[in-house]
Design a protein around this ligand. Structure first.
Ligand code: SF4
Length: 286
């Protein structure tokens, strides 16, 4: 899919919606859209903003996935790998029908590879009406759906809409409101409330936890997250994701203050120890 943008110099540049990876830096692609159109797009979901589509992912849900990376996020995680997705208008405005057509191209292959489509971001529920329409269309094509979310806006989805999500990949970033606010800028309570609601409705869930030395590696905090996840009864898998510096260049290019320059990646032993904490609560952790 292609979207033409007009640069400051007036030249027209085609921007491919497909990207080799979400690490492509993308900015200001939706700046031409009038504010009223943005508001109505958010309200009715007929149009949304996408950073990119990537194909062939094996880490964003079961099987091989097409991933739609949305823009817009209300959090400011210190380790965010894709800060260019924070701003809605950094994404490409895409009509929902065009996004569905794009997905249709992959549906047979996804079935063969036992995969599906993953809506990630940014925070996909910032554009909840757009995502709800994409989820419904995905299910109509019989494509497995995953939403990768921080859960903060989970209450925007009705119970019926939750049924169109085959798997929620919930990021639990830290334990306790104080540490969570330091790391993300927001409280953890809405995320935990969403997790409990998914549990009550027996919706399948994976937990994602980013291990950052000195920031999220307190054993007691990890044990609390593990106990909480285990108590839910619907967590099928936990992924402990070692922190890395691959997103740093985006912070620099966007003139954002990156505070983790001196933070190292966890050693394999540290990651193994973190995984063991989750496993000790009976969770399937990797
Ligand atoms: S929730 Fe995700 S997209 Fe939003 S700031 Fe945190 S890591 Fe980045």
């Amino acid at each position: 899919m292609e979207h033409d943008i007009v640069s400051e110099q007036g030249t027209v540049q085609p921007v491919q919606l497909e990207a080799s990876s979400p690490f492509d830096l993308r900015v200001n692609l939706g700046n031409d859209m009038p504010e009223t159109d943005v508001r109505s797009a958010l309200a009715n979901g007929d149009m949304g903003f996408l950073h990119s589509f990537t194909t062939g992912s094996a880490v964003d849900g079961p099987g091989v996935r097409v991933v739609a990376w949305t823009t817009g996020c209300m959090w400011r995680c210190l380790y965010c790998h894709n800060p260019d997705t924070w701003t809605l208008r950094n994404g490409i405005p895409v009509a929902v029908n065009r996004a569905i057509e794009e997905l249709r191209k992959y549906r047979q292959g996804l079935k063969v590879m036992a995969g599906g489509v993953t809506y990630s971001g940014g925070e996909p529920l910032m554009q909840d009406r757009f995502i709800v329409k994409l989820l419904a269309a995905s299910k109509a094509m019989n494509v497995h759906t995953t939403v990768e979310t921080n859960g903060f806006l989970g209450e925007r989805l009705s119970d019926a809409e939750l049924e169109t999500i085959d798997l929620v990949m919930l990021g639990i970033k830290a334990w306790g409101n104080e540490r969570h606010r330091h790391l993300t800028g927001r409280d953890i309570d809405p995320t935990l409330a969403f997790a409990r609601r998914l549990s009550e409705q027996r919706r399948p869930m994976w937990v994602r936890f980013v291990l950052v030395p000195g920031l999220t590696d307190d054993p007691d905090d990890m044990a609390n997250i593990a106990r909480f996840a285990a108590s839910l009864g619907n967590v099928e898998r936990v992924d402990v994701l070692p922190f890395h510096q691959m997103g740093r260049y985006k912070w620099e290019r966007l003139n954002l203050r990156y505070t983790l320059n001196d933070v190292r990646e966890p050693t394999p032993e540290e990651t193994t120890r973190a995984v063991a904490i989750f496993r000790s609560e009976g969770l399937d952790a990797y």
